[in-house]
Ligand binder design. Sequence first.
Ligand code: HEC
Length: 113
Amino acid sequence: MRTRTFLAALSTFALVGILASCGGTKPASGPNLSAAQAKYPGYSLADYTAGQALYAANCGRCHPAYAPASHTEEQWAMWVPKMVPKANKKAGTVAIDEAGQEQIVRYLYAASH
Ligand code: HEC
């Protein structure tokens, strides 16, 4: 029990740390968690960080990783599913599975609202 709580706290600090360090290097807009939660109940900072990491690792390998606000929600809904197979092919593995694809879509929403 205690160990679990401690580990949960520790990973939260780690996530916040990662997020804070990212914030210093790029001018990306921060997460709008309340907007994302209104659309995706239960959406958390951990979801945001996971989506952001997947996006950063896979979506800037052929063209720049477009800013979340560069495309509308409808455009992302069209492009992300179209691009995921390309990204997986490029990675040579399933770097983005179905859940990961959804995480990216939600990250883009949270980062642009
Ligand atoms: C293997 C190379 C490759 C990877 C990896 C890749 N893309 Fe693309 N992307 C392209 C190419 C090529 C186009 C040009 C349009 C087309 O192919 O239909 C494109 C176009 C786009 C566009 C349209 C840009 C515009 O003109 O508005 C978006 C948005 C986009 N990609 C998002 C993503 C996202 C999100 C990911 C990660 C899941 C990703 N891309 C990963 C190759 C890639």
